[in-house]
Write a protein that binds this ligand. Structure first.
Ligand SMILES: *Cc1c(COP(=O)(O)O)cnc(C)c1O
Length: 359
């Protein structure tokens, strides 16, 4: 069955940040594997993408035993495909699975799925580097049982759609909304893993953000409602100071924010470009003051889907303020260029982040 599913491609980190490609079709194939207590991982392989047939009592639908990932394949300057840091995502996927008492996908199976799907559907990606292939791994419980216990059967799927590419320079800046009522994550919860249950509860705040003419919610910590954590599906960075002495700062990993592959890459690239990378606690108050006195000169969000997206305006129930003095700051631009350069193969891949598909 050679079905193409139409989608609204609502990735967890999408939002209207860069709607290039979001809303386009999924590619023609998917990779699928099953897990059971008796057989472990089995029945693995590539097939045409198709609708699933699920019993109404499928555990994943009721109790949310569902984890996912998001990574991208890019066309390299030499025409070959390169996947950005798949082992990093495989590792986070295993952590998410463990947190929900689900079986882990072995690294080899994850890589095999990525490689087979990218090889099968790479013709969807034009040569001009204006697009990338967004890969979405999904793991969910398939037991038919309403018992409140971890399932005994699971399914792993990998699907892909064509998404926006590298045009970092036409990036529009976004406005973010600081909500005073809802929290995304809390100590002991699941904020540090990529699981389905983290996202639906944020939609009401996202709607409120949109009413305030903002594109994303800027989440604060749940305990004091004071420390910056991240956006709905992206990590956040600030630039303190200007020029060669600038510091590139992101909230430290406290267990309530998701460690992003892009966040990790930006920290490494910042230091290579000669900026001081910092992981610190940053309060909303410090942000407000730093923006007012000019100490904080830039702010941006980053994630696989959005790449690097400048943040220009911060709105709260009581008012709003702006960061920096242009649509995209120089450090943001430089980091974005360095990242996309590695991804497309125009900048040396010192850290060996790109997994090249030689086939
Ligand atoms: C996926 C996601 C990110 C970004 O992670 P990347 O690995 O950089 O794509 C950040 N925050 C949340 C909540 C996410 O779901």
């Amino acid at each position: 069955m050679e079905t193409t599913l139409h989608n609204s491609a609502a990735t967890a980190e999408a939002g209207p940040v860069r709607n290039l490609g979001h809303g386009e079709d999924f590619t023609a194939h998917m990779f699928s594997a099953r897990w059971s207590e008796q057989h472990g991982w089995h029945d693995a392989g590539l097939r045409a993408i198709e609708y699933l047939s699920l019993h109404p009592a499928t555990v994943g639908l009721h109790y949310g035993q569902v984890a996912f990932e998001g990574l991208k394949a890019h066309r390299q300057v030499d025409g070959k495909m390169g996947v950005f840091r798949p082992l990093w995502n495989a590792d986070r996927f295993r952590r998410s699975a463990r947190r929900l008492a689900m079986p882990e996908i072995p690294e080899e199976l994850f890589l095999r799925a990525v490689e087979e799907l990218v090889v099968a559907d790479r013709s969807c990606l034009p040569e001009d580097l204006s697009r990338s292939l967004y890969l979405r791994p999904l793991l969910f419980a398939t037991d038919v049982s309403l018992m409140l216990r971890p399932a005994r059967e699971y399914r792993f799927l990998l699907m892909a759609f064509v998404a926006g590419g590298f045009f970092g320079d036409d990036t529009e800046s976004i406005s973010v909304w600081v909500d005073d009522e809802y929290s995304r994550a809390f100590p002991g919860g699941t904020g540090d893993v990529k699981i389905a249950g983290n996202y639906a509860p944020t939609f009401v705040a996202q709607q409120r953000a949109q009413q305030a003419d903002c594109q994303q919610v800027l989440w604060l910590d749940a305990m004091e409602h004071r420390w910056l954590e991240e956006l709905g599906g992206m990590n956040v960075f600030l630039v303190r100071g200007r020029g060669a002495d600038a510091e590139v700062i992101t909230p430290e990993l406290t267990g309530t924010l998701l460690p992003g592959a892009t966040r990790d890459s930006i920290l490494t690239l910042a230091s290579r470009l000669g900026y001081a990378p910092r992981e610190e606690r940053i309060s909303l108050n410090q942000l407000r003051t730093g923006c007012a006195n000019g100490e904080i000169s830039e702010m941006f969000a980053c994630g696989t889907a959005a790449v690097v997206t400048p943040v220009r305006r911060i709105c709260e129930p009581g008012g709003q303020f702006t960061v920096g003095d242009g649509p995209i700051g120089p450090v943001t631009r430089e980091l974005c260029a360095a990242l996309t350069g590695v991804q497309r193969g125009t900048v040396p891949d010192v850290d060996r982040w790109v997994y090249r598909i030689e086939r």
